[in-house]
Design a protein around this ligand. Structure first.
Ligand SMILES: *Cc1c(COP(=O)(O)O)cnc(C)c1O
Length: 496
């Protein structure tokens, strides 16, 4: 299987696409075709473990990896030491037509682990396959979740290092503790005196700086990115859509071949795009429901067919979805445009130069047949957390609750009773203070993140994950801080 750029037709192998991340023309790598998994093959998933399901699906795309290599990597990535549920991505029934697919049982308690536990292994192999002998040095700017997930994924993976920049006063206490206590010989965490934009702009400048690249090269290092546009992050996410379907059949909730919907809390459009890829591979998905918070650029896009970044940025209680440019949408646009790379390049130029583009009525109608979109503000989100707890005795984190709310709106609007899976992207204990507030209605300003978690556990009897509990006692291992205009020097000093 070869991979094309969404803005051209440069054919590369899977390992080259993973190693490069972004195509040289600025486009995203997409598979030349969608392999299908239907009938008996789809049915066979039911009796397989999660790593086996992953191996079967990834094999279809990663053709220059041997089956044994893929099996070894998925077994390591989704091992019981790393995921605290034997099912890896367990499915919980909420009511007669609604399930939650829990993607937060990995080391950092958010769905990013599903991809970032595997990606570093794929990058490592891709480097070897392409004769890259230098250390692959990953640089990440994070507003919270991605940084820790990347650190845990790359930790002690031979031939790689991972350096994360976070805004000194821009992440939650738990998120900061998660990062600065990270172990491993190749993990680095640097606080930037500035906000998230400063950190992100700084990292982009490092990637663009010839001088910095030269210095890294002289030290035997080559730069790379673990960004969600990398196909190596997308592919592992396709797996859990198939896995959820197999489990619905296994639980007797549906029969093989019956349609289901997925409702996905969305930011960068990576998670839900993997659902769309699963649908293209033959998985019987009726509707993909795209749920946004107040930063509802995608809701407007699916309603009107016009993407526009002329808008205000809001900070919400679902921070991992606070985003104005959903990079992975480009891959859906590419399919909507019958894989016309020139048209995509034109739209992206318009977006850059004028801040918007329009896909036209025909393509808009086609997308609206597959995707349905709506949004939830903070008030809707808190009300949904409370309602799910009272009705279904299910504790949702704020991101998942955005999806829960939007699913109710979908059912009201479309009167569709197709069994629907809400993709549950974070543990409620990662956002304990807001979840507690949703349940009690009382803001307890005196409580720190741990105290809120303990109260939540006492109230709900939903066990607090070990990953949070043990944070309190882990030693701080990363203390470096930098001015925002001295990030290059900070990396070079840190990596030594
Ligand atoms: C990253 C993230 C999302 C958004 O996923 P996208 O792939 O960016 O759409 C939703 N919820 C949580 C908890 C996340 O960390």
């Amino acid at each position: 299987m070869s991979f094309f750029s969404t803005r051209g037709r440069s054919g590369v192998t899977a390992s080259q696409a993973i190693l490069q991340g972004l195509a040289p023309d600025g486009g995203l790598f997409v598979p030349a075709m969608f392999p299908t998994l239907e009938g008996p093959e789809l049915a066979s998933l039911g009796s397989l473990s999660y790593p086996q399901r992953a191996a079967l699906i990834l094999r279809q795309y990663l053709e220059d990896f041997t089956p044994a290599e893929i099996e070894e990597d998925v077994r390591a990535a989704y091992s019981p030491e790393r995921f605290d549920d034997p099912a890896v991505a367990p499915l919980r029934r909420l009511d007669e037509a609604t399930w939650a697919l829990e993607l937060f049982h990995g080391p950092t308690l958010a769905f990013k682990d599903m991809a970032l536990q595997l990606l570093p292994r794929l990058i490592r192999r891709s480097a070897v396959k392409n004769g890259e002998t230098r250390e692959v040095s990953i640089l990440v700017a994070t507003s919270g979740d991605t940084g820790k997930a990347a650190l845990e994924g790359f930790r002690d993976v031979a031939g790689t290092s991972c350096t994360v920049f976070y805004p000194l006063d821009g992440v939650s206490d738990v998120q900061k503790l998660q990062m600065v206590t990270t172990g491993g010989n190749n993990t680095h965490v640097i606080a930037v005196k500035g906000n998230f934009d400063d950190a992100q702009t700084g990292v982009k400048e490092l990637f663009a700086s010839g001088d910095f690249r030269e210095k890294m090269k002289a030290a035997g290092r080559v730069l790379s990115s673990a960004n969600s546009i990398n196909f190596g992050r997308l592919a592992p996410q396709i797996v859990y859509y198939f896995s959820a379907y197999a489990d619905l059949v296994g639980q007797g909730a549906i029969r093989m071949g019956d349609p289901v919907n997925f409702c996905v809390p969305t930011g960068n459009f990576g998670n839900i795009l993997a659902g769309y890829y699963a649908r293209n591979m033959g998985l019987p998905i009726h509707r993909l429901i795209c749920a946004s918070n107040r930063n509802n650029v995608l809701t407007d896009f699916f309603h009107h067919g016009i993407y526009t970044t002329h808008r205000t940025f809001f900070k919400t209680i679902s921070p991992s979805m606070d985003i104005l440019v959903s990079s992975n949408l480009e891959r859906l646009l590419y399919e909507s445009a019958d894989r016309d790379g020139e048209l995509i390049a034109t739209w992206m130029r318009q977006l850059k130069e004028c801040g918007s583009f329009s896909v036209g009525d025909q393509r808009h109608d086609w997308m609206a047949g597959v995707f349905w979109a709506d949004c939830a503000d903070n008030k809707d989100t808190l009300a949904e957390i409370r309602a799910r707890w009272l009705q279904d005795h299910y504790l949702m984190d704020p991101h998942t609750a955005v999806a829960g709310h939007v699913l109710r709106e979908y059912r009201k609007a479309e009167n569709d009773r197709t069994p629907t899976v809400i993709v549950s992207t974070a543990s409620p204990y990662k956002f304990a203070a807001d979840v507690l507030f949703a349940l009690t209605g009382e803001k307890d300003s005196g409580t720190d993140a741990f105290a809120a978690g303990e109260k939540l556990e006492e109230m709900t009897q939903v066990p607090m994950p070990e990953q949070v509990r043990k944070l309190r006692d882990l030693p701080v291992r990363h203390r470096r801080e930098t001015e925002k205009d001295a990030m290059a020097e900070a990396v070079l000093a840190e990596l030594g």
